[in-house]
Structure formats: C-alpha cells, structure tokens
Design a protein around this ligand. Structure first.
Ligand code: IMP
Length: 186
C-alpha cells in the first residue's frame, strides 16, 4: 500500500526534491526557527499563504517547539505557468496582528512579488517583525530584491509541481517536488 502511494505520477518527468529530503529539511528548519525565536524571547504567529504552503506548514510546525498560533491568507498571482504580475489579496487574516512577530510560510519564492506585497501588508497591519520561511527558492527568476529568512531548497529555473505546488490546481497532493513531462503543457 505504502509503495503504491510512493509510486511516481505518470505525468512527472523527474523528481527534484524527494519526500524524504523534504521531511529531513522540515525538521532542520523547525529546529532552527525554534532556537531563533526562543533566543529572541518571541513567539511567532505563523501565517500560511494558501493554498501552496499547506503541506509545508503541516510538516514544518511539527518541528517548531514553541507555543505558536497560525492563520491563513490567500493571494492570487499565477494562472497556469505564467505570472500575471499583479498580486491580489483574496482572503485576509482572521485576527489582529498588531505588535505580533509574523513568520510567513510560502511554498516558493519565484519573482518575489507575492512576498513583497504580503510582507508590506503585514507591516501595514502593525506587525512588529516579519520573517519568511519558504520550502523552495528560485533565485534566477527574481525581479524583486527579497530573500527568505529560511529556505528549504534552492532550485533551478524550472516549473515545479507537488508538495503544495500546482499546475492548474493539480498535483498539489504529490508527496515530492517534481517536473512535469513536456506534453502536459500542450
Ligand atoms: P512570486 O510572486 O513570483 O514569487 O510567485 C509566488 C507564487 O507563484 C508561489 O506562491 C506559487 O504559488 C507560484 N509559483 C511560482 N513558481 C512556481 C512553480 O514552479 N510551480 C508552481 N507554482 C509556482
């Protein structure tokens, strides 16, 4: 049964980051985040950007050994594989974050537009500090000068799916990060 689930999806050309590597990295990042915030004497409010960051959030928070709270927001920035360049808030936070220390959880930093806008919004809402943890980083695509404070994996300039990342809303449930076969885009 377990083997069935782990079988590679027929539309995947290659796996870029394995399930095992993601789990190991989540444990490392969680430990680092725990130490950093504990040393600062701060407890972060973890803000997950829907929908892509959900699998990463679920795995990461298991390893954050602090009394965190979390909340969600949704933004739109992509249709298919192309950036539409304009970031729209389609679901806002459900709570006040005035004076709070925010840890944004993202699936990927690509052009950087989403995180720039979302970070600005957090400060406008009165956040005391904003840090970013992203599962993936694609620095070669950056158009905005922004760096995540914690990065799971730096990847080359390829469109990826899995572990939260989608192509037209599909493949988010794959337990690994992979690249689709070329014919999937035709
Ligand atoms: P940015 O604003 O260009 O940094 O894009 C951020 C958002 O674009 C991410 O949260 C993803 O939802 C989406 N995105 C960027 N690159 C990829 C990719 O390779 N696969 C799937 N979604 C992506």
């Amino acid at each position: 049964m377990q083997e069935e689930i782990k079988r590679m999806h027929p539309n995947i050309k290659k796996v870029l980051v394995s399930e095992e590597a993601i789990q190991t990295r989540c444990a490392e990042l969680g430990k680092q985040i725990t130490e950093d915030y504990r040393n600062l004497g701060k407890v972060p409010v973890v803000v997950s950007v829907l929908k892509g960051s959900v699998p990463f959030l679920v795995n990461l928070i298991k390893y954050i050994d602090l009394d965190i709270e979390f909340d969600f927001m949704a933004v739109s920035s992509y249709e298919g594989t192309e950036s539409i360049g304009d970031v729209k808030i389609i679901m806002d936070l459900n709570r006040s974050i005035k004076g709070d220390h925010i840890l944004m959880v993202e699936d990927i930093v690509d052009t950087g537009r989403t995180l720039k806008e979302v970070t600005k919004l957090m400060f406008n809402k009165g956040a005391e500090s904003v840090k970013i943890v992203s599962l993936l980083d694609k620095p070669s695509r950056r158009v905005i000068d922004i760096t995540a404070d914690y990065v799971g994996f730096t990847i080359p300039n390829e469109f990826v799916v899995g572990f939260g990342l989608d192509f037209d809303e599909k493949y988010r449930n794959l337990p690994y990060v992979g690249v689709l076969k070329d014919e999937c885009y035709q």
